[in-house]
Design a binder for this molecule. Structure first.
Ligand SMILES: NC(=O)C1=CN([C@@H]2O[C@H](COP(=O)(O)OP(=O)(O)OC[C@H]3O[C@@H](n4cnc5c(N)ncnc54)[C@H](O)[C@@H]3O)[C@@H](O)[C@H]2O)C=CC1
Ligand SMILES: O=C(O)[C@H]1O[C@H](OP(=O)(O)OP(=O)(O)OC[C@H]2O[C@@H](n3ccc(=O)[nH]c3=O)[C@H](O)[C@@H]2O)[C@H](O)[C@@H](O)[C@@H]1O
Length: 433
């Protein structure tokens, strides 16, 4: 099938390359000439495991191409996927200006019947709004569909190629059939494709993210309680997760959730709920707890030094909001670094992928080290914020030698407190004795 994917960010690139890999002819288009130039040169603007190989293969085989010609790609396509950003607006709602701009371009370039499928996370009612915008200019029939994306960064290619479910939200039977046909090769069982109306599909996306985020905040809140009561949140996590009704995933206490999606999507669903006079109290609490949790590591470090961080050097391992990505949007490490700098500390940091993005924000205000041990050299404490593989089993003997004080803050509970205390470290985790 002939597809246009508008927006070449995490979602658009993964979806475009994934669709091409199943034999479709895909044009990935973006308004950012810089991104498209990079992609044309064979460079991938983001770090996402496996994506470079997928893009290279499908570009070479002629099924995937990149362009800034949004209108041309729309005219050539049977299905247009909208995968542009929907960032948080000042009032907390989702900023739909990019989605609406694409809708206008589609309306003006509708040369035959097309399905317009929204992959961006958009508030309930956006499909209706798009239908109006496109219809205002259209001279040809078209159908809109909500096709929310559930991939997670760091494992995006895998999530996209083997989805748990594909949600197709449209009242138009032709659109449902065309999208079902497109997705059939991706799903192992046909019941993984769920057909529904557009509003339910749009709400499903926010419901999934809000539910996942609330699990994390619940565990982070319990972690605070565990510490106060002398219990260990890691044992509690394993205990509750053994119940299949609860499940083991997304129960990890940590420095608070970040990323480009949970924070903005919680805010957007609260705004939507408010607009119809409903207060989603659990979502509000999820946000509040997360804001508190993101400040927790900084307050633990500060408490350790009795509030006297001026002149201290703090090493930070892990800057991306999660491992296997270079994305630092809303990353808890940034909240920590801001607080440390504010308190007068020197920060030495390392991340396997995110350092260029961090450098673009902080410049010379923090020291970024090419090696993880380089970042720890001479520091008064080491804080691990993101659980990259290489931080899980470091050479603790070496760390003890190079740190100026053997002080560890484990923001992800990846280390063994007893073992480290036995080695003479001062160990502090999240929600542990
Ligand atoms: N990042 C993720 O893991 C996931 C994101 N989503 C949703 O997908 C959407 C996109 O997210 P990301 O890919 O992370 O965003 P992103 O910010 O990485 O990429 C968005 C792209 O859209 C382009 N763009 C903006 N306006 C445009 C226009 N008028 N015409 C053409 N291109 C335009 C931008 O230049 C940028 O390259 C958001 O709604 C997000 O909530 C959904 C699931 C997962
Ligand atoms: O809508 C989106 O954009 C995506 O948002 C999340 O994906 P993502 O933000 O890429 O990453 P997650 O793995 O969900 O992690 C989000 C944050 O929660 C934190 N987290 C996750 C799990 C956990 O147990 N504890 C925890 O603190 C992570 O460290 C990270 O900061 C969802 O998992 C995806 O399904 C969804 O498509």
């Amino acid at each position: 099938m002939q597809l246009a994917v508008v927006g070449t960010g995490y979602v658009g690139l993964v979806a475009g390359a994934g669709f091409a890999d199943f034999g479709n002819d895909v044009a990935c288009v973006d308004v950012s000439a810089a991104k498209i130039e990079m992609l044309k040169r064979g460079e991938v603007p983001i770090y996402e495991p496996g994506l470079d190989v997928l893009i290279a293969k499908n570009t070479r085989d002629g099924r995937l191409r990149f362009s800034t010609d949004v209108a041309g790609a729309i005219r050539d396509a049977e299905i247009v996927f909208i995968a542009v950003g929907t960032p948080q607006a000042d009032d907390g709602s989702a900023d739909l200006s990019a989605v609406e701009a694409v809708g206008e371009t589609i309306g003006k370039n509708l040369n035959n019947f097309k399905v317009i499928a929204t992959k961006s996370t958009v508030p309930v009612g956006t499909a209706d709004r798009l239908r109006q915008i496109i219809g205002a200019n259209a001279t040809q029939p078209f159908a809109v569909a909500s096709n929310p994306e559930f991939l997670k960064e760091g494992d995006a290619v895998n999530d996209f190629m083997k989805p748990d479910r594909v949600i197709i939200g449209s009242d138009d039977p032709k659109a449902r059939e065309i999208l079902r046909h497109l997705y059939n090769p991706f799903v192992r069982a046909s019941d993984r494709i769920q057909l529904m109306d557009a509003r339910s599909a749009e709400l499903t996306k926010y419901a999934a993210n809000a539910l996942l985020a609330s699990r994390i905040s619940f565990m982070n809140d319990l972690a605070v309680l565990a510490e106060k009561l002398g219990a260990d949140i890691e044992l509690v996590r394993k205990g509750v997760g053994a119940d299949p009704r609860i499940g083991t995933k997304f129960l990890f206490a940590g420095p608070g959730f970040g990323g480009s999606c949970f924070p903005k999507d919680l805010s957007a669903i609260l705004y939507t709920a408010g607009s119809v006079g409903h207060d989603l109290e659990i979502v509000r609490a999820t946000e509040r707890i997360n804001a508190r949790q993101k400040r927790l590591l900084a307050s633990k470090v500060s408490a350790h030094f009795d509030g006297a961080l001026k002149g201290k050097t703090i090493a930070v391992w892990g800057l991306a909001f999660k491992p296997q990505t270079d994305d630092i949007r809303e990353a808890p490490a940034l909240t920590l670094i801001d607080a440390l700098l504010e308190a007068g500390a020197t920060v030495q940091a390392h991340d396997p992928q995110a350092m260029p993005n961090v450098r673009a924000i902080y410049g010379s205000r923090i020291l970024l080290s090419d090696g993880m041990y380089g970042a720890a050299e001479g520091a008064d404490a080491l804080v691990v914020v993101t659980e990259w593989h290489e931080y899980r089993r470091p050479d603790f003997h070496r760390l003890k030698r190079i740190l100026s004080a053997p002080t560890l803050f484990d923001g992800r509970n990846i280390w063994e407190p007893d073992e480290l205390r036995g080695m003479g470290f001062v160990y502090t985790g999240i929600g542990r004795k």
